[in-house]
Each structure stands twice: as C-alpha cells, then as structure tokens.
Design a protein around this ligand. Structure first.
Ligand code: ATP
Length: 292
C-alpha cells in the first residue's frame, strides 16, 4: 500500500525578535533555525517516518532553495518527486518569534499554486486500488480537484486537511473520504454535520489540548490528548493527521481509537519540542509509538 502526499514545501526561516516592528522600522533579530516546512512536506515526512511507503509530490523553483529542499527531503524515508518550475520562486516561510512568546508567520505560495492540474493527476499514475491520497489547502482549486478525481478513478482513498482555508473547498467534499480539521476550520466550513451531509465519509476533529474526535454519521469516538509540556505546537495537526492515517493503514483497518491514540502520542512529542519537522518523532520513536 502506498501513500501519495501532494502539497506544498517551503524553507522555514525562524528569527527571534524583541518585538514586532512598526511600519517603517528597521530592527535587529537573531536567526533561530532554518528547517524544511510547508504542510505538505510536514505530513509527508511524518508519514514516511512511520514506515509506510510515501511518495511526496510538490513544486519548487529552479534555484538553490529548491535544491536545498531536495537535499533535506533526501534524508527522509520517503520518495520525493519535486517538480522544478521555470520562472517560479521556491516557497518560503518567515517565522518571527517575539520575546513575549508570540509568533507571526509570512508564507509565500507561488510554487505550490503553480503546480498544474495535469502534473497533480499525473503524479498518481502509479496509484492503485487501496492506495491513499493526502492533500491540504495549498494547491490551486484545479490541481486539488484533478488530484482527487484521479485518485477516485484509480480506486484510491482520499484524505483532506482543509488548511489554509480557501473559498473553493465546497466543491471537493463528494470526492473526500476523510477530513482532518480543527475547531476553527470546522466552524468556518459550516460544521461537521454539514460536511457529512455533503458527502464526506468521516471526519477527525482535532481539539488541541482537549484531544480529538472521530465522527461518522452513526458514531462518535473521543480520544484525549497525550499529556505533555507545551513548548511549540507548530505542526502538531500535521503530525497527528499523518500518524492517525498511517496507524490504521499499517494495521489494515479503517480509522479507530487506537489510530487516534497513536496520533495523540506523536503530536505530544511534537508539542513538547521546538521546531516542526525537527520536533516530529524520528523513525525509532515513531516505531515505539506505533507499537503501543
Ligand atoms: P497546528 O495548526 O498547530 O498544527 P491544529 O490546529 O491543526 O494544529 P490541534 O487541534 O491544535 O491541531 O492539535 C492537533 C493534535 O495535537 C491534538 O488533537 C492533540 O492530540 C495534539 N495537541 C495539540 N496541542 C496540544 C497540547 N497543548 N497538549 C497535548 N497535545 C496537544
């Protein structure tokens, strides 16, 4: 069984600053870290570390930032298919962390939104019945729809994380088997009942420190968060989604309470350490979590 993650990848540049600058100000900052980022890459890396065969498809530019991303992905247990586009800038995120512990994030999406519908569909040429497609909200409407339709045509299952929120999501629901989203996203999209009524098969609602809930038309299963010291919650949702899906896939079952418990443990690991991909459980830690 293979998982195809199609989504964005970026280089995350984190700077610590005393306070956020006012318009027109020049301020000093200190470089804290430079890491692989982007929701697509986050989910693919976490998925790959579970041991599932993972193919990550993403668009980058042709310059050195795209090459650095390729080198970083080569160190992960996944197959990266990077589409290097001419005249397009590789995506970056600038993360500003203030001394008060607040952050502000600026993300570009030129490369992610330039992935064509044809490339998104072609990426699934090797997809077979029983394989899984994982998507987030960073691609264009046309590319997202093309990938979901190609997956359905190939008999694959589809999982979608509607983040960041985009206006075109309403057209996608009949093509989505599983939705992972947080409370704010659920509210913005009209509530979980409305998503189920529009054709979504099942929903995993994540509730931060309050845990998560698996919701189907006839059942609801609530799982608590795994207790941990909170250092940095960035990427917790991405890690949770990947590990829940992988836990069920590796056991040959559909999502269940055990999958959500595995995901909660992996997410707590992430929350308890600084960084995003750098804070995800490594392969050995992931294996230990999945053995519980
Ligand atoms: P993010 O955008 O930060 O990646 P999200 O909003 O998509 O996160 P959340 O609902 O905040 O998703 O968190 C996902 C999961 O991570 C939760 O279901 C929980 O298991 C875990 N988690 C998040 N915050 C905490 C916390 N403070 N303590 C323990 N676990 C947490």
């Amino acid at each position: 069984m293979k998982v195809f993650v199609i989504g964005n990848v970026a280089l995350d540049e984190t700077l610590s600053i005393e306070d956020f600058p006012r318009p027109g100000a020049s301020i000093f900052g200190a470089a804290l870290s430079r890491d692989l980022g982007g929701k697509g890459a986050n989910q693919a890396v976490a998925m790959g570390r579970t041991g599932l065969a993972c193919i990550f498809v993403s668009a980058v530019g042709q310059g050195p930032r795209g090459q650095e991303i390729a080198q970083r992905l080569a160190q992960e247990p996944l197959e990266a298919e990077l589409v290097a586009l001419e005249g397009v800038a590789t995506d970056i995120s600038i993360v500003l962390m203030s001394a008060r512990g607040e952050n502000a994030i600026i993300t570009t999406r030129e490369a992610a939104s330039a992935l064509t519908p044809e490339a998104a569909a072609a990426a699934l040429a090797r997809g077979q019945t029983g394989d899984l497609l994982v998507l987030q909200g960073n691609l264009s409407a046309a590319a997202t729809q093309a990938a979901l339709r190609a997956a359905r045509d190939a008999g694959m299952r589809t999982a979608f994380n509607p983040s960041p929120l985009q206006p075109y999501f309403g057209t996608l629901w009949p093509l989505v088997d599983t939705v992972f989203l947080n409370e704010g996203e659920a509210e913005a999209l009209g509530g979980v009942e409305s998503l189920l009524a529009q054709g979504v098969g099942e929903i995993v609602l994540t509730l931060g420190a309050q845990g998560a809930e698996l919701i189907r038309t006839t059942e609801r299963t609530r799982v608590p968060a795994h207790p941990c010291a909170v250092v940095d919650t960035t990427g917790a949702g991405d890690c949770f989604m990947a590990v829940a899906l992988a836990s069920a896939a590796l056991r040959g079952t559909r999502l269940d309470a055990r999958a959500l418990n595995h995901a909660a443990r992996a997410a707590a690991h992430t929350v308890g350490r600084a960084g995003t991909v750098a804070a995800f459980p490594n392969r050995a830690e992931m294996a230990a979590i999945l053995a519980t």
